[in-house]
Design a protein around this ligand. Structure first.
Ligand code: AMP
Length: 228
């Protein structure tokens, strides 16, 4: 944690929203601002695929098809990650839970260590805009900072604003056809979790069609309210 951060809240947050809603971008912003740790199951799975682990080998084709990896695999990966020391500072879950079984497993995992999901934030967007958003996005291979062809270019072309890295990468599943499948999976399996967290009184909705800074401001307010 550095001087620009607000003192640790140790809150545990869930970010919900379809692919392209800005979960990763906003999770990184919250991590920088509040000191909680961003946990992206998509990133963990991509790392497992790249490393060729058993889980990665099973997940690869499923991810390429834009479908959901089995609950067993994803829950096991998250369980191990949550046990690491840095998660004591609080976590921002980006891309988990994505099914009712994952949400139940998360409650159990949190309860085992005397914690709970303090807030679930639904990033609300129009599906139509998501294909455009996703098609233009790329990230720094070094630090993971996200960019976009139309909305957020690095200040100096090809050079990461954050770490100075010069290798940029695009995701294999960020093509129009796979995005459609991912949106379908979101609506069928993940969107019902909005009602799940609403019933617990833990849900906030944020208009995520606004620009990145406006969304970040709203999210910051939600986090400050839910941890006050
Ligand atoms: P993301 O980076 O969150 O867009 O995830 C990319 C892909 O990884 C998804 O389309 C799924 O195939 C897989 N994935 C990520 N998180 C999960 C999860 N919680 N449950 C199942 N599959 C997941």
């Amino acid at each position: 944690m550095d001087a620009s951060q607000t003192p640790a809240t140790a809150a545990n947050l869930v970010l919900l929203g379809p692919p392209g809603a800005g979960k990763g971008t906003q999770a990184r912003m919250l991590q920088d601002r509040f000191g909680m740790v961003q946990l992206s199951t998509g990133d963990m799975l991509r790392a497992a695929v790249a490393a060729g682990t058993e889980a990665g080998q099973k997940a690869k084709a499923v991810m390429e098809a834009g479908e959901l990896v089995s609950d067993d695999i994803v829950i096991a990966i998250l369980r191990d990650r949550l046990a690491e020391d840095d998660c004591a500072a609080g976590v921002i879950l980006d891309g988990f839970p994505r099914t009712a079984d994952q949400a139940a497993a998360l409650d159990d995992l949190m309860a085992e260590v005397g914690k709970r999901v303090d807030a679930a934030i639904s990033l609300e967007v129009d599906d139509d805009a998501m294909v455009t958003r996703i098609s233009g996005r790329f990230t720094c291979a070094g630090c993971g900072e996200g960019y976009h062809d139309s909305f957020k270019q690095p200040a100096s072309e090809g050079v990461c604003d954050k770490c100075g890295g010069t290798e940029m990468k695009r995701r294999a599943d960020d093509n129009a056809e796979t995005v459609k499948q991912r949106l379908e999976a979101y609506h069928a399996q993940t969107a019902p979790l909005i009602a799940f967290y609403e019933q617990k009184g833990a849900l906030s909705r944020v208009d995520a069609m606004a620009d990145i800074d406006a969304v970040a401001k709203e999210l910051t307010a939600v986090v400050e309210r839910s941890t006050a």
